[in-house]
Design a protein around this ligand. Structure first.
Ligand SMILES: [Mn+2]
Length: 350
């Protein structure tokens, strides 16, 4: 029996460019923290093998700080064999860090040739990206795992689809005789899937970086032996990126919109709020103001206004009609505010 932990797509040194600089800095730091918690988990679980399925780095350029962070981290789990199969972001270029430095004696980086390493009751097979694209499958079509040990494959790529990033067919996987294939590249957990008798999975990312990487992120942990795969998903993320559509149709004041959104927010998370529905054309929503008012209710919030304006429903007085007509050509912020305040004044609401 072999105990494994499968993670990948950490994308260390990502710029987190969509976030304000201070939040981006915090999130880069938190990503490291999350990885340290995964290493703690590897240690307490006494995993025999840690599988890292590529895109450990966001690019070929890695900071010295990140490298020493990883070297120290891997040294803390010296009883665990660590395997890395470089992906399309951190492919094995000539000057790749993977080729030029030593990550530690318990760390094996898979190269451009398909190879295997025996660890206890298992054999780990793998191959890294040699360039940005891998239009042909990196898994040789003739490959078969045989013998008494569990067969584990580690790779970055696309299973079951046409792709420029190592397309591997489920049919080929099903013929390999492998026990488990650990894949990276897709940034969400896939569940444990079947290709015939062979189990495979995408672990997803350990910590979401932007709103395309939504919800709870984590890694895979469990035991495998030939014919017996018992793996489960373990959440690891410190925060979640959440996109919410908020219908403000029935609302007509900034305060009521704020109240509605506020009830949906959790302090630790990052939110993209999309306002939708039909609102009166005299109700002016300023997304900057909403963002400022809600800033203390979560780590980060971005509000997008997708509402549609409806015609004024109330019967207009002659004066209101003249006033509205005069401002009808103005669709800028000042024009809209003038319309709102002017009509309120004419109706004695101001
Ligand atoms: Mn990738």
């Amino acid at each position: 029996m072999t105990r494994i932990v499968h993670t990948g797509d950490m994308h260390f040194d990502s710029p987190f460019a969509a976030l304000p600089a201070s939040v981006a800095r915090l999130r880069r730091e938190e990503l490291r923290g999350t990885f340290l918690r995964i290493l703690d988990s590897v240690k307490s679980y006494r995993a025999d093998i840690l599988l890292i399925s590529g895109d450990m780095f966001d690019s070929r350029f890695v900071t010295a700080e990140t490298f020493s962070f990883l070297r120290e981290g891997f040294a803390k789990i010296s009883d665990t064999a660590v395997f890395v199969a470089p992906g399309n972001h951190d492919f094995l270029s000539e000057n790749s860090l993977y080729k030029t430095v030593d990550f530690g004696r318990n760390v094996h980086i898979f190269g451009e040739d398909f190879e295997s390493v025996e660890v206890g009751d298992a054999v780990v097979y793998g191959r890294g990206f040699g360039r940005r694209f891998a239009k042909e499958s990196l898994l040789p079509s003739s490959f078969r795992h045989t013998g008494e040990k569990a067969g584990i494959l580690l790779m970055h790529g696309d299973v079951g689809t046409e792709s420029d990033y190592n397309p591997v067919s489920e049919t080929l996987l099903s013929q390999t005789g492998l026990t488990y294939a650990a894949f990276g590249h897709i940034h969400s957990y896939s569940g444990i899937r079947n290709a015939g008798e062979v189990k495979y999975a995408y672990c997803g990312i350990p910590e979401g970086r932007h709103f395309d990487e939504e919800g709870i992120c984590g890694f895979i942990q469990g035991e495998i032996s030939p014919g017996n795969v018992n793996l489960s998903f373990v959440p690891s993320c410190k925060r979640q990126n959440i996109t919410l559509e908020v219908d403000v149709s029935s609302l007509s004041s900034v305060e009521s919109v704020l109240t509605k959104i506020r009830t949906m927010l959790e302090k630790d998370n990052l939110y993209k709020i999309i306002l939708c529905g039909n609102i009166s054309n005299v109700f002016f929503i300023d997304t900057d103001i909403l963002q400022k008012e809600l800033a203390d209710a979560c780590l980060y919030i971005k509000v997008k206004d997708n509402t549609r304006k409806t015609a004024i429903i109330e019967e207009e007085s002659f004066l209101e009609k003249r006033f509205t007509d005069r401002l009808s050509g103005r669709n800028d912020a000042v024009g809209r505010m003038a319309l709102q305040f002017g009509l309120e004044a004419l109706r004695g609401q101001r």
